[in-house]
Design a protein around this ligand. Structure first.
Ligand code: ASP
Length: 318
């Protein structure tokens, strides 16, 4: 009898496992965004999540869980049950630089399941609209002369905005007051209202405000201008060629999420990036979308390993 019950139980486990992989998803999926609403990570997650919902037949619900440069939300997501119902939108900070900056980090970016790359995002140096400079050269001169008086926003230690502005500040030899936010969405609001003097951030939430004249862009830190902002010179044109940096956002699932569920999520992400409306929305905001070969889970897993090694080498040697 005992053996019979054990056999039934084992069959039940097998059945429910097979059913879970085949019927997934049977309920909504939470995508944790580790920064506040209105920032680049949130915007990218909402655009792709919206289309992924249609492919998967279940809602991808965005949940903003903020704090500690994005590591609070990613820790929550990475330690959730690996069943495909909690996934995360990570970025160069949370899945690249964080291990070097947070020794007690509760997740390993190279051990979570890589779903797929969502977008690369050039970095811009932006300032409040009445910042007293006409171009990058004047911005640098003013920032150097007034480093003790000006302030700069970022989204917490290890956030893209923090790392990339720390890089800029060290190249300029300045150390202005840094003001932390729960994401660069709220930081942008304070830049627009003039409470913040400047910040460095991913292009996607800046384009509309630059075009509307609500903030100023002094340079894009890429080799070429962005088609979304053809009037903004590169840092090379502006006389600061050593300031070159590009960030990225990608989707991950907790370690141990079944491979076929990861494949379903990768497929849904790929369809979102191939969809004309989603594509054009992201391209219009300056995002650079991955090619087919860069869209695979394997490509992202290899890329994240290299990113973690790169940031370890860059940040731990300082
Ligand atoms: N771009 C931000 C960062 O600095 C975060 C955000 O997406 O709000 O990492």
């Amino acid at each position: 009898m005992k053996r019979f019950i054990a056999a039934i139980a084992a069959a039940g486990v097998l059945y429910s496992f097979a059913a879970s992989a085949q019927t997934y998803p049977v309920k909504s999926i939470v995508m944790i965004v580790p920064f506040a609403a209105g920032g680049p990570t949130d915007i990218i997650a909402r655009f792709v999540g919206d289309h992924m919902s249609r492919t998967l037949g279940q809602q991808v619900v965005i949940e903003n869980v903020v704090g500690a440069g994005g590591t609070t939300g990613i820790t929550r997501a990475a330690t959730s049950p690996p069943d495909g119902y909690t996934i995360m939108m990570g970025h160069m900070g949370t899945h690249g630089a964080a291990p070097a900056l947070y020794p007690g980090l509760k997740y390993d970016p190279t051990a979570v399941e890589a779903v797929g790359m969502a977008a690369s995002t050039p970095i811009l140096i932006v300032a409040k609209k009445d910042f007293p400079a006409r171009d990058l050269k004047e911005f640098i001169a003013y920032a150097k002369a007034n480093a003790g008086k000006i302030n700069q926003a970022h989204a917490g230690i290890g956030a893209v905005s923090q790392i990339t502005c720390a890089l800029l500040n060290s190249q300029l030899g300045i150390n202005p007051t840094a003001v932390p936010y729960s994401g660069t969405g709220p930081a942008l609001n304070d830049l627009m209202s003039g409470q913040i003097d400047y910040m460095c951030d991913q292009i996607v939430n800046l384009v509309e405000q630059i075009k509307a004249g609500n903030i100023r862009a002094f340079g894009i830190a890429s080799p070429a201008r962005s088609p979304a902002l053809p009037d903004v010179p590169t840092t090379i044109e502006g006389g600061l060629p050593e300031y070159q940096v590009q960030a990225w956002n990608a989707v991950f699932a907790p370690h141990g999420t079944p491979k076929d569920i990861v494949a379903r999520l990768n497929d849904a992400l790929g369809k979102a990036l191939a969809d004309d409306v989603t594509r054009n929305r992201l391209l219009g905001l300056g995002a650079v979308l991955p090619g087919k070969a860069e869209q695979t889970s394997e490509a992202l897993a290899a890329f994240v390993k290299a990113e973690v090694a790169r940031w370890n080498a860059a940040l731990l040697k300082r």
